[in-house]
Design a protein around this ligand. Structure first.
Ligand SMILES: [Zn+2]
Ligand SMILES: [Zn+2]
Length: 221
């Protein structure tokens, strides 16, 4: 889900099998959500022996192919022809993609014109990832009763804008959506100066995880 600045390096640092990634789903075209796509495409070509041969599926909203073509114009043809197949699928809101045993689906969210949120459903389990979004009860309804809601939490109330969420708004979305677990991510440094957990807990009393760099290692799973 997304591939922002430093993703390739973090995957390697965390000991995650980045060579085996088969799909990348991009939520929108802000740089913090796609900047490392050329880096990981490059790493799959030159950073492993033998070089990758398996296809990579890049999924995103309308305009994703154009974005990759512009990246190829800037960096070189290898972006779209790195020696393994690069397949690009553009999804309209409401669309879905068969992951083989699981399904990726998307819905529109209020952030940029192309912005979409994703869900992955496997059997009875469902994860929802907001990407970047402003406050939207319709998104909360779409996420309703999911197992994990990975929600952006960008800004403290003092810096609130319609295109992002504050901790208070995250609490309200979680109250409406009732996920089994709320995971807050996409924390801009200023929001880390407020008590995110307390502000969320004012409206939502379910389990909350606040993302930190390296947290997956610390959780041990
Ligand atoms: Zn954004
Ligand atoms: Zn962002």
């Amino acid at each position: 889900m997304d591939c922002g600045s430093g993703t390739t390096r973090r995957l390697a640092e965390l000991g995650l099998p980045w060579q085996q990634i088969s799909h990348v789903a991009i939520s929108h075209f802000h740089i913090d959500h796609h900047q490392d796509l050329p880096s990981i495409l490059f790493a799959w070509k030159y950073g492993q022996l033998p070089p990758r041969s398996a296809p990579i599926e890049i999924i995103g909203p309308a305009g994703t192919r154009g974005l990759l073509e512009r990246l190829a114009a800037a960096y070189g043809e290898w972006v779209l022809n790195p020696g393994y197949p690069v397949r690009v699928t553009e999804l309209a809101p409401g669309g879905s993609f068969d992951l083989g045993g699981a399904t990726l689906a998307c819905t529109k969210v209020p952030h940029t014109p192309e912005s979409i949120a994703y869900s992955i459903t496997e059997g009875a389990r469902r994860l929802v990832y907001s990407g970047d979004t402003g406050f939207d009860p319709g998104f909360a309804a779409w996420a309703r009763r999911c197992d994990a809601l990975v929600l952006e939490c960008s800004l403290p109330t003092a810096m609130a804008i319609p295109e992002h969420l504050t901790p208070e708004q995250c609490g309200e979305i979680a109250r409406l959506a009732e996920p089994r677990r709320l995971v807050l991510t996409h924390l801009y440094p200023p929001v880390e100066s407020v008590d995110i957990a307390a502000l969320v807990a004012a409206t939502y009393n379910g389990p909350v995880v606040i993302a930190r760099d390296g947290w997956q290692t610390e959780l041990g799973d």
